[in-house]
Design a protein around this ligand. Structure first.
Ligand code: OSB
Ligand code: MG
Length: 385
């Protein structure tokens, strides 16, 4: 593997109009926001990473502006001018910056792409190179689609129908207290055979156990993050009361967290978002832990642009990822994206990996600049000081 010297790192804060908003139990934001990290190597290659965040501390504690501060003032100075033998070394150098997982992940992702390109490898093959033998990626990953809370059951059913017609084989519905049982009942009545799951985004408490248990009758693949975003223990009290497997999202930030959750019996499945756990180095540790424990694994999303999605898809193509991932076709998110070519849903609810080195997509500089201009106009917190 070729060493790379980091010559420059540039940040692009963007806002992108979404084809379909994603309303969760904590609300919806009008644009998809992100920090796009551009890493330039002394060999002339450019690596791209995405710090996928919201403008509000709603999903987690970080926001676009906190990540901008951490990235610019603490992370980039650690890597500028450094010669790296592997992206894992970059992760080690960034680790003294505590917390701030999404910020670290965006920077690390740009290094993974840059170094895969320097070695002329697809990112998926480059990931496999950092895993034991037997982990070669497939050329496609199985995916599903995440659907936000709608204004009525009729609208919700129509939207599920549209996604089923498009070919999605696994549907995830966002729920919140009062928008749960009737929703699941209606979805099951209309679609008796689809792979169906729910995501509560931390909207319930242990006192809701009786209500959550009623969801068992709908043959759900899993229920994602029913309880508090920073809880593991109470999930371990809830899981034995449910037949439906609990999948943790918000409360797992590391392999260490997931090991503790498994030991407590706080859930059976993990939604691994590389951006939430601080990057692909930690994701690899979690991947190996899941293989060791035999727990199912899939890759979650944060409405990433093509940059973040191509990297996530490359990870999702590894053989240990064995449930459909939240990585949908480009037309679910943007018209157009800032990358080319678009992802198009293929047979059996799958997306093909791009074939070029690294993330394998071309960033469209004009669209990136337009998305940066939109951010400057939209930024709800510009007059901070
Ligand atoms: O909880 O999984 C979630 C998007 C933003 C924040 C949290 C979540 C999500 C999704 C989107 O469900 C999945 C996707 O990127 O398609
Ligand atoms: Mg979730």
């Amino acid at each position: 593997m070729k060493p790379v010297t980091i010559q420059d790192m540039r940040l692009h804060v963007i806002a992108m109009p979404l084809v379909e908003l994603l309303k969760t139990s904590f609300g919806a934001e009008p644009y998809k926001s992100a920090i796009i990290v551009e890493a330039v190597g002394s060999d002339g290659h450019t690596g791209w990473g995405e710090t996928a965040l919201k403008t509000k501390p709603s999903y987690g504690s970080e926001t676009i502006l906190t990540a901008l501060h951490i990235t610019r003032d603490f992370l980039i100075p650690k890597l500028l001018g450094a010669t790296l033998d592997s992206p894992i070394q970059a992760a080690e150098m960034l680790k003294p910056v505590r917390g701030n997982h999404h910020a670290r992940a965006g920077v690390e992702a740009a290094i993974w792409d840059l170094m895969a390109k320097a070695s002329d490898m697809r990112l998926a093959d480059y990931f496999a190179h950092h895993l034991p033998p037997g982990n070669d990626p497939s050329d496609a990953a199985t995916v599903g689609v995440s659907i936000g809370i709608q204004d009525s059951l009729d609208q919700q059913i129509a939207l599920i129908q549209k996604r089923v017609d498009e070919g999605y084989g696994r549907i995830k519905l966002k729920i919140s207290p009062g928008w749960d049982l009737e929703l699941a009942r209606a979805a099951r009545r209309h679609f008796p055979d689809i792979m169906l799951m729910l995501d509560a985004n931390s909207a319930y408490s242990l006192a809701d156990a009786d209500r959550l248990r009623q969801l068992d009758q709908f043959d759900l693949l899993m229920i994602e993050q029913p309880l508090a975003y920073d809880d593991i223990y109470e999930h371990s009290r809830l899981q034995p009361q449910l037949k439906t497997p609990i999948c943790l999202d918000e409360s797992i930030y590391s392999a260490h967290d997931w090991r503790i959750a498994l030991e407590l019996g706080a859930g059976e499945i993990l939604n691994l978002k590389p951006t939430r756990v601080g990057g692909f180095t930690e994701s690899i540790k979690i991947y190996e832990l899941c293989q060791e424990r035999g727990t199912p694994l899939w890759i979650g999303g944060m409405l990433e642009t093509g940059i973040g999605r191509a990297a996530n898809l490359s990870f999702a193509a590894l053989p240990g990822v064995n449930l459909p991932s939240d990585i949908s076709a480009t037309d679910r998110y943007f018209a157009p994206d800032i990358t080319e070519p678009p992802f198009v849903l293929g047979a059996e609810s799958s997306l093909k990996l791009p074939q070029g080195p690294g993330i394998g997509l071309e960033v469209q500089r004009d669209r990136l600049a337009a998305a940066e201009a939109r951010w400057r106009e939209y930024n709800p917190f510009a007059p901070l000081f």
